[in-house]
Design a protein around this ligand. Structure first.
Ligand code: SAM
Length: 259
């Protein structure tokens, strides 16, 4: 049920690429910490419109590359953004359980996708099993502290926030079957919006407006109260606590440490 809502929301997000500034920035940062693999076989999960896919294709133009998303319209948008030069293969698949043979991928990548997973730790174990010896999973996801201003405003007004419980950095590291090979760093990015309404419109435009599973959305009146509490005279600031991980299947080469 939740997965279907996520697929529908992202499927309908046809303005994603022109509103997803934070997601573009995060994909650029993730691209900078990709390991220097030689001719890797690449699997991208949750490609969206292709912010990270473009980096992957540019960096490894000749590599076998399967570019995927759970929402068909996102795969189609990605295909049209990437164009016909050295196109990757495209697939619609659930990144929580890609139906691929084990020990087959050198580089798995996912930018701003894992926060939508229903079973983050089980998924991580399955993804680990798809990697070849020496392979790695590079990802960026949202951590606790994301939308903390929303949480604060909701608590002050004694409302439920509806925010998902994002796994901590330690939880991601613990879930990786070879935990010693799982360096991860956090960056808090603050985005300013002219008003609460502008913020909600952006979330909707990029398809990221699905609340936590089981949450009953607030009435329009309650939401207006919450946004008024949150806004100050100059609009509203929103924190994103972004976790960047480069998790290796086997032992971590010293040059691969990320800071
Ligand atoms: C916030 S967007 C990020 C898209 C892109 N990676 C980027 O950086 O712009 C999240 C993407 O993850 C996809 N997604 C959500 N759940 C997924 C899942 N279980 N498996 C694969 N993709 C998923 C959505 O369809 C959407 O395209």
């Amino acid at each position: 049920m939740r997965k279907k809502q996520v697929i529908d929301a992202f499927g309908q997000a046809d303005q994603y690429a022109s509103h997803a500034h934070l997601q573009r920035l995060v994909a650029d940062q993730l691209a900078h910490i990709l390991p220097p693999l030689v001719h890797p076989t690449i699997l991208e999960l949750g490609c969206g419109t292709g912010f990270l896919s473009q980096h992957l294709r540019h960096r490894w133009p000749e590599s076998p590359f399967l570019c995927s998303d759970i929402a068909l319209p996102m795969v189609q948008r990605c295909r049209s953004h990437l164009g016909n030069q050295n196109p990757p293969l495209y697939a619609v698949l659930d990144g929580e359980q890609p139906p691929l043979p084990p020990d087959n991928i050198d580089l798995m990548a996912a930018s701003m996708v894992f926060q939508w997973f229903g079973d983050p730790s089980g998924s991580l174990a399955r993804l680990h099993g798809l990697l070849r010896p020496g392979g790695c999973l590079a990802f960026a996801t949202l951590g606790p502290g994301t939308f903390r201003e929303w949480q604060t405003a909701a608590s002050a007004l004694r409302m439920e926030s509806g925010l998902p419980a994002y796994p901590t950095a330690e939880a991601w590291q613990r879930a990786w079957p070879t935990p010693g090979q799982a360096p991860l760093r956090e960056e808090v990015i603050t985005v300013h919006h002219p008003s609460g309404l502008a913020f909600l419109r952006t979330l909707r435009a990029i398809g990221a407006h699905q609340p936590a599973p089981g949450y009953h959305p607030q009435s329009a009146g309650q939401m207006r109260r919450l946004l008024r509490h949150w806004e100050n005279g100059e609009g509203l600031a929103v924190s994103y606590a972004v976790l960047y991980g480069v998790f290796f299947r086997d032992s971590l080469a010293p040059s691969m440490k990320i800071s």
